[in-house]
Design a protein around this ligand. Structure first.
Ligand code: DOR
Ligand code: ZN
Length: 445
């Protein structure tokens, strides 16, 4: 929906972690950019959206999503994924390259960006493959892919197991001043298990997913980062030991950052079991839900900033794929439409950890790490904005998702906090039906 230019969003709680702003005020938007932030009471003239009672924050940024285009568009595509992102309050997402074929060449990147622009609901940037066809053998052409727009490099879904290949990848990425965004897993050590190794895997008689596979690769990589100095962002960290390794690297001032997913903050391995004791494939992902101790370590690390950002790892799979027996069901869950409220549930503990901290982890920090526009409401920034109702309680109904897939463990959960309006460069990309009248009809447009 196009809005007049200029217009003003008034009366909301303006939160901008980039400037340390947290106050009632208004922002003016003109020609797709933020042109004024006004924290005194002076009433603006001209058309307004009344955001009284809402948080006004920079649009959320998720650097870790799977949009499945090309090749797996029965699960998701750039249009359905962008719609889900906008509904979740996101204005920028970065898509992972484990498509079919993989995003390992310039034409593939250009196609994704062109399609995302046609759809126009969300900025979509590409995380390109780190090795050709994600085979872990031959590094890609980092210079060509970075100049085509790749924001980082990853073989997500698989680790780069070979030490020499990983060194070459790091050196190549360092050369173009980009970021290695690794999925850390030695499969021989993790055993590609179905559930976290522990009492639950033993009770079910399933192969245990050993955390050592993740931790050993983080450890190997950090030694290489110390030598090579490449910017390094660990994907979906899930174990207490992995977090401790990253904390130590940060103390040594290595250029290391990391992220966690809401499901690793809210769930652990015992949650995989249904009431009848059978495992539910909607709780199966890689890395898996870990122990209660790991979960507590993840929460603490977000609060202490050892973990820099909260990302979804939005990984759509169809119901028929997920309905396979647990061992054979694919790994991954959708997250774009539940992420904000799940992260709020897991983390908010004001005043120690309040909405500005959450917005920082879900917008400002990813913008900084991947050098993306947005993540701030500063004058001159693109008008990528989310209006959040922090008190809105709602029930997760996967049938209502905009995503093409419904594979979530949170179906039926009652959550609090919701993106009610998302603006991309000053255009509305999502407007909650229940808020339409309040926000738009009463506005003097
Ligand atoms: O659970 C996951 N799903 N983890 C991954 O690393 C890949 C992803 C996918 O593409 O489905
Ligand atoms: Zn992923």
């Amino acid at each position: 929906m196009r809005l007049p230019s200029p217009f003003t969003i008034t009366g909301g709680r303006i939160i901008d972690p980039a400037t340390g702003t947290d106050a009632i005020g208004s922002i003016e938007i003109r020609d797709g950019a933020i042109t004024a932030v006004n924290l005194d009471a002076a009433p603006p003239s001209g058309p307004t959206i009344d955001a009284t009672g809402l948080i006004v924050a920079p649009g959320l940024i998720d650097p870790h999503v799977h949009l499945r285009e090309p090749g797996q568009t029965h699960k998701e595509d750039i249009e359905s994924g962008s719609r889900a992102a906008a509904a979740g309050g996101f204005t920028t997402v970065c898509c992972m390259p484990n498509t079919t074929p993989a995003l390992d060449n310039v034409a593939a990147i250009v196609n994704v960006e062109r399609r995302a622009q046609e759809v126009g609901l969300c900025r979509v940037r590409v995380v390109a493959a780190a090795t050709v066809a994600r085979q872990g053998q031959k590094p890609v052409d980092f210079a060509a892919l970075a100049s085509a727009g790749a924001v980082a490099f990853s073989d997500d879904g698989d680790g780069i197991e070979d030490d020499a290949v990983c060194s070459a990848v790091m050196a190549g990425i360092k050369n173009v001043d980009s970021v290695l965004f690794p999925h850390c897993e030695f499969k021989a050590l993790s055993h590609s298990g179905a559930v976290h190794l522990g009492p639950v895997s033993r009770q079910l008689g399933l192969v245990g997913y050993d955390p050592h596979g993740e931790e050993a690769m983080i450890e190997r990589d950090l030694a290489l980062v110390a030598k090579l100095g490449v910017r390094y962002h660990v994907a979906h960290v899930s174990t207490a030991k992995g977090i401790a390794l990253i904390a130590d690297a940060k103390r040594r001032k290595l250029p290391v950052t990391t992220e966690v997913c809401p499901h690793h903050l809210l769930l652990c391995d015992t949650d995989v079991l249904r009431a009848d004791g059978t495992p539910d494939p909607n709780f199966k992902m890689s890395p898996p839900l870990r122990s209660a101790t790991d979960r507590a370590a993840c929460i603490e690390a977000v609060r202490s900033r050892v973990i820099d950002c909260v990302v979804t790892d939005h990984a759509p799979h169809t119901a028929s794929e997920k309905n396979a027996p647990f061992e054979r069901a694919p790994m991954g869950i959708v997250g774009l439409e539940t992420s904000l409220a799940c992260a709020a549930r897991a983390l908010l503990d004001p005043p120690a950890f309040d909405w500005p901290d959450l917005i920082e982890r879900m917008s400002t920090a990813p913008a900084r790490i991947f050098r993306l526009p947005g993540g701030t409401l500063r004058v001159g920034a693109p008008a990528d904005v989310v209006l959040i109702d922090p008190d809105r309680a709602w029930d997760v109904d996967p049938q209502q998702f905009h995503s093409r897939s419904q594979n979530t463990p949170f179906g039926g959960w009652r959550l609090t906090g919701r993106a009610v309006c998302t603006l991309l460069a000053g255009r509305i990309t999502h407007l909650d039906a229940a808020q339409r009248d309040r926000l738009i009809a009463k506005s003097d447009f």
